[in-house]
Design a protein around this ligand. Structure first.
Ligand code: CA
Ligand code: CA
Ligand code: CA
Length: 297
């Protein structure tokens, strides 16, 4: 028997309500968990009556401390109000605390948010293991990238670590894009797009990329592989960094296919150090040049 589904217009909550930040493993006793929702509409005020978390954590916005969300506004649901206030101060728009002693798992889990007609607003599964940001399992939060574009939260690449431990409840840690990306308004001799991408615009000591030969045990065989570490600015969502390789400083090729990710270590100052290695050894006597390629997204 054929089933005919009648298209139903999506609710305002389905159109405009996003889960914009998840703090599942805060430092200390772990009680300062929160989840942040944002109304990404620029014109529509959302009625949160009937909006509920039904998987992962339990919470019903009906009758909560926040039942209306203005355009662009954020709302928080927390595990423990006292712990949250100790960590982040008062004055935040907290709708309430997780019901039924639920909590956000430190090992990843499925989160489901429904609207007043039991339709799914968002359903996704986060994780604490790569390629998910592992710093979020150690005091940083998961931050949805470019929330106003309503990205699919079930896609790992749409999340990043918060720039700082503790996250940014009811705020954003996005780093402003430079006014003249190819210029050098800050006069440090480097294009401001590069400063932005590697965090040299954060008022911190500049970190340079480093290359070295490191020895790895790969399946029982010891291999010496070219290894590259470079800083990234976690809140610089509008830039990406790639690696180009050359043997003659004339012809450069994208090294993505010949490298693999090793680690990303948050530095606690808005930056992280990313380390990648080349997958094949470089022959004796072969010169190899590397450069970072910064692109505006
Ligand atoms: Ca937790
Ligand atoms: Ca936030
Ligand atoms: Ca500059």
């Amino acid at each position: 028997m054929a089933t005919v589904l009648t298209p139903v217009a999506p609710s305002d909550a389905q159109l405009y309500l996003v889960v914009s930040e998840i703090m599942y493993h805060p430092d200390g006793d772990g009680l300062a968990e929160f989840i942040e929702l944002t109304n990404i509409s620029t014109t529509v005020t959302l009625d949160l009556t009937g909006v509920r978390f039904v998987t992962g954590i339990d919470f019903d916005f009906t009758g909560s401390a926040v039942t209306s969300l203005a355009p662009g506004a954020r709302v928080l649901v927390v595990r423990d109000l006292a712990a949250f206030t100790t960590a982040h101060g008062g004055g935040h728009p907290v709708a309430g605390v997780f019901a039924n002693s639920t909590r956000l798992s430190n090992d990843g889990e499925t989160i489901k948010l429904e609207d007043a007609s039991n339709s799914t607003i968002k359903e996704f599964t986060y994780n604490d293991a790569p390629p998910w940001p592992t710093a979020a399992d150690a005091g940083y939060s998961l931050v949805l990238i470019d929330p106003t574009s309503n990205p699919d939260p079930d896609i790992t690449a749409n999340w990043r670590s918060s720039t700082l431990p503790g996250g940014n409840p009811n705020g954003t840690d996005l780093v402003p894009f430079p006014t003249n990306p190819l210029g050098d308004d800050d006069g440090n001799g480097t294009a401001d797009l590069v400063d932005y991408a590697i965090g040299s615009d954060l008022g911190l000591p500049v970190l340079a990329p480093t290359a070295s030969f490191e020895t790895y045990d790969i399946g029982g065989s010891m291999q010496t592989l070219l290894t590259l570490s470079y800083p990234i600015s976690l809140g610089a969502e509008s830039a990406s960094i790639g690696i180009d390789a050359s043997t003659d400083l004339s012809t450069w090729t994208d090294a993505a296919a010949n490298t693999e990710f090793i680690s990303q270590i948050n530095l606690g100052d808005g930056r992280a150090m990313v380390t990648v290695r080349f997958t094949a050894p470089i022959g004796d006597g072969v010169r190899h040049f590397l450069r970072l390629r910064v692109e505006q997204l």
